[in-house]
Ligand binder design. Structure first.
Ligand code: ARG
Length: 570
């Protein structure tokens, strides 16, 4: 018997529905929210009764008379308005847990239909610091890539950096007139931002600066060698700074094809769209209109301005064309904030007009708020930089660990502080519903109790310390013997890891996995309070050690899918 309890019970239920002449599609089984009534339940009888306008309890009885779940669950009960409740049998749990212990994938099956997915995430803008808005894209995107790969999909990650645009006229003007080489070497992005701001300020009162900066941009766009060289240097210097953060975050990209990679494709693309009647001119600009889509009826996408300039949408359309030709992905996922929802609606609608069939998905997310519930800003009113957030996280974690653990070598302390600090920031993101705005609070995200990374990491460390204290390992071949209720609850939770991971990708919600891990840690905690491990009789002890070991494995594996490591001490 293979599969998760949900699958196995679901298959049996579907067989029974078929035998009773009902549509098997209705045979869904889910984990019970309240385990007092059963471990799993199905509302199939109620759904069918509604459809057929008949009595749900009668239908439930019909289904039950044909349902064979011997060896898996005790005879199911009908409860309330017609729920079917299942209670897993101990022998089933014993053998399912044994199989789980022997499975390097911890029960998680690979996808039936593996997909090729192009994943566009992080995508910061050159010559500007990455701000906390990019943090959400970066952390979410990396986590989705890890989970999709683990489920057997082929994932190509592409960092679509904003390395082209009108800001370069100003940056180049500033570079030529008042670049501070030393400052550039110290902190390249800060110096580039200073140049940009300075020129912006001068332009307000100085007509000449405005004109010359504009000319620098035109020269760059026309391929002037000097300006191209300056531009290239700003891109490389910015990238180096970004890479430091990616290194700290343990995130890598397969591709880094920024906006500039598509420059040459923009003019021909516009001509082609015009020729095919997908775009047409309106007041000098080339636009795509969407008369058939009510939400976009009044919102054409401009792809070429009347002065001949191209826009963000033009680049994105050229990017999609390239990606399809180059990689032939089944899907392209964009992890980008909710404010860009209209932009993606427009370009996806244009793609359908162009006959593009790949599944295009905008994975949107809300904002990060400061403790005053406003968009997070520094004291001087600027967006908070990602670099500052990560360094502060590591600093705070270092203090916390130094106070708990004496005698660590400086290297060990540093490595644990990074694991805890970065893990806490990632988890604060991933444990939230991505659509909601969340409040960034240092106290909360580093707390050792509550739904935080340090709490889960500590749960892992404590299980490891049981093994150290007992100077034992878990015997993977030991027989699992479930007898008391706390063991049962833990056993069922462990089996549900396999049911949880794939659900994350249904609607791109890592918080489902985060919350599962939190519940698992709590369930283990109750088990440990109720059930002696090291002091138990030898057979019980071997079984409980194996349950403990499985919990530690799932905690650390689940956290790794979130991009978070586990320390061995903390
Ligand atoms: N650079 C953009 C920004 O910072 C995000 C780009 C997202 N990806 C895309 N293909 N449009 O807002």
């Amino acid at each position: 018997m293979s599969g998760t309890p949900r699958q196995i019970l679901g298959d049996r239920l579907r067989d029974a529905l078929k035998a009773a002449g009902f549509d098997p599609v209705r045979g869904d089984v889910s984990a019970s929210a309240d385990m007092r009534f059963g471990d799993y339940q199905s509302n199939a009888a109620m759904v069918l009764a509604k459809e057929k306008k008949s009595n749900p309890r009668q239908i439930a009885a019909d289904i039950l008379s044909r349902l064979d779940v011997r060896g898996i669950s005790a005879a199911p009960e009908v409860a309330g308005a017609g729920f079917l409740n299942f209670r897993l049998e101990s022998e089933f749990l014993d053998s399912a847990l044994g199989a789980l212990a022997a499975d390097p994938r911890l029960g998680v099956a690979t996808a039936k239909i593996p997909q090729k997915i192009l994943l566009d995430f992080s995508s910061p803008n050159v010559a500007k610091p990455m701000h906390v808005g990019h943090i959400r894209s970066t952390i979410l995107g990396d986590c989705l890539a890890r989970i999709a790969r683990f489920l057997g999909h082929e994932v190509i990650t592409d960092n679509h950096i904003g390395d082209w645009g009108t800001q370069f006229g100003k940056v180049i003007y500033g570079w030529k007139h008042f670049l501070d080489r030393e400052a550039l070497a110290r902190d390249a992005i800060a110096e580039l931002v200073r140049l940009y701001r300075e020129v912006n300020r001068m332009e307000e009162t100085d007509e000449v600066v405005r004109r010359v900066a504009r000319e620098e941009l035109v020269k760059l766009q026309a391929g002037d060698a000097e300006n191209l060289a300056i531009w290239k240097e700003t891109v490389e210097l910015s990238w180096r700074e970004f890479e430091k953060l990616y290194g700290l975050l343990d995130i890598r990209f397969d591709e880094r094809l920024g906006e500039s990679a598509y420059n040459d494709a923009l003019a021909p693309l516009c001509e082609e769209l015009q020729r095919r009647g997908i775009a047409r001119e309106s007041e000098g600009a080339l636009c795509i209109f969407y008369p058939g889509i009510p939400a976009l009826a009044e919102k054409p996408a401009i792809i070429r301005k009347s002065d001949g300039g191209f826009l963000y949408a033009t680049t994105d359309l050229a990017t999609i064309e390239y990606r399809l030709k180059h990689w032939r992905p089944d899907a392209i996922w964009y992890v980008v904030g909710a404010p860009q929802a209209l932009h993606f609606q427009q370009i996806f609608a244009a793609c359908r007009m162009m006959g593009i069939e790949a599944n295009l998905v905008h994975i949107a997310f809300g904002s990060i708020l400061g403790e005053d519930r406003k968009i997070m800003k520094t004291r001087s009113g600027e967006n908070v930089g990602l670099a500052e957030v990560l360094h502060e996280a590591v600093d705070r974690a270092r203090k916390m660990i130094a106070a708990r653990q004496e005698g660590l070598t400086p290297e060990a302390l540093e490595s644990i502080a990074e694991t805890i600090g970065i893990g806490a920031v990632k988890y604060a993101e991933l444990s939230q519903n991505r659509h909601t705005d969340y409040v960034f609070s240092w106290e909360k995200l580093l707390a050792l109790d509550g739904n935080t990374a340090p709490y889960l990491q500590n749960a892992y460390v404590r299980i490891r310390s049981i093994f150290r204290r007992g100077e034992v390992g878990a015997d993977p071949g030991a027989a699992i013997r479930i007898s008391v209720p706390a063991e049962r609850l833990l056993a069922i939770k462990l089996l549900q890891y396999a049911e949880t991971v794939p659900v994350v990708l249904e609607d791109f919600r890592p918080n489902i996995l985060a919350n599962f891990l939190y519940e698992l840690a709590n369930t283990y905690h109750s088990f440990y309070e109720a059930c002696p491990v090291l002091k138990a009789e030898p057979e019980v002890r071997a079984s409980r050690l194996l349950l403990s070991e499985l919990t530690a494995r799932i905690l650390s594996h689940g956290l790794s899918l979130l991009g978070i490591r586990c320390p061995e001490k903390m």
